[in-house]
Design a protein around this ligand. Structure first.
Ligand code: PEP
Ligand code: MN
Length: 338
């Protein structure tokens, strides 16, 4: 349920309402918009207290939220969340955010080559895995802290915010000291303890959709993060598992307009994992932007055949300009910038 406060409600009035919410055993989430102040009340059986809040003179209206996710629903807040990052990069505004880089960080030379090439072509954020969630325990597991340090150094030198994945609480705390955005991978997107911790850490989170996750479940995962006070969440459609075998996953582009209709969070697409095939990455990137995505995350490497993971879906760093110019055509047609 959320309360819309009357214009001119004082700080004291706001505090009084929040104290009352807490006294009744609920959580209060304050949102100050340009035109109105809203307080979300979260908890079980919250609707039973509607009369109490409705009768408060500072309260203009008291509205139940019909969806199981509350704080990330458009019903609670329909103002688009814009994630503000270092180097003046934003995600969720008119400009399409392109996050590019290797699946796994392998060495600093390749990382520099990738970062400078994608940056020159218009990508604004650098991705790279240091802690890798691999299906096989015998596959390369990532360089860990050493990789994280390389990513930070290259990101700083190339003036790009960095994105990397945390698979557990310990890694999340470590990564928060280095990365601008902490990625939660598809395999961990219902690791609720991790999500709650990321809510407390407060660093922006790139939340991937699980491979067998409904959109409602996806938003509930985002709600876990928001419920701890962190609203800086980027949702990423990265393909779901279906009966189809000609691509690695089935990129569910329906998710883009569906999410855009349900939440104010930025929505991006990962056509690299969504297809698993290099030649399909560009067409599906174009389709993602046409469907209304706010950004793309793509795997890029100077020598994909030498990459330590996901080489077959990885774009060539020296051909990234062709990729960007194709994506740009659609972005401009959609009245977006890139
Ligand atoms: C990745 O981005 O490298 C990755 C492992 O993604 P996902 O969790 O979507 O498989
Ligand atoms: Mn990968």
């Amino acid at each position: 349920m959320f309360l819309k406060l009357k214009k001119g409600t004082t700080e004291e009035g706001i505090k009084h309402i929040i104290d009352k919410i807490k006294e009744l055993g609920f959580e209060a989430h304050l949102s100050r918009g340009a035109n109105s102040t809203i307080i979300g009340i979260i908890g079980e059986n919250v609707l039973k207290t509607k009369d109490i809040f409705e009768s408060m003179f500072m309260v203009e209206s008291c509205t139940p939220i019909s969806k199981p996710y509350k704080l990330v629903s458009k019903e609670f807040n329909d103002k688009k969340v814009v994630i503000k990052l270092s180097h003046n990069v934003e995600i969720g505004n008119k400009k399409i955010a392109v996050i590019a880089g290797p699946c796994s960080i392998d060495n600093i030379d390749y990382l520099y080559e990738t970062a400078s090439s994608v940056k020159q072509c218009g990508a604004t954020l650098l991705r790279g895995g240091a802690f890798k969630p691999r299906t096989s325990p015998y596959s390369f597991q990532g360089l860990g802290l050493e990789g994280l340090k390389m990513l930070k150094k290259v990101g700083d030198d190339c003036k790009m915010p960095i994105v990397t994945e945390a698979m557990n609480l310990e890694q999340a705390k470590l990564i928060a000291d280095y990365a601008d955005i902490i990625q939660v991978g598809a395999r961990n997107s219902q690791n609720f303890d991790l999500l709650k911790e990321l809510g407390k850490i407060g660093r922006p989170v790139l939340l991937k959709r699980g491979i067998a996750m409904t959109i409602s479940e996806f938003l509930m995962s985002a709600e876990y993060i928001a419920s701890k006070g962190n609203y800086n969440i980027i949702l990423c459609e990265r393909g779901i598992r279906t009966f189809e075998t000609s691509t690695r996953f089935t990129l569910d582009l329906n998710a883009v307009p569906v999410l855009n209709s349900l939440t104010n969070l930025p929505v991006i697409v990962d056509p690299s994992h969504g297809t698993g095939v290099r030649s399909y990455v560009m067409p599906m990137s174009r389709a993602s932007i046409a469907a209304g995505a706010d950004g793309l995350i793509v795997e890029v490497h100077p020598k994909p055949e030498c990459a330590l993971s996901d080489g077959s879906q990885t774009l060539y760093a020296d051909k990234f300009n062709e990729y960007m110019s194709e994506v740009k055509k659609i972005a401009l047609a959609m009245d977006r910038e890139i």
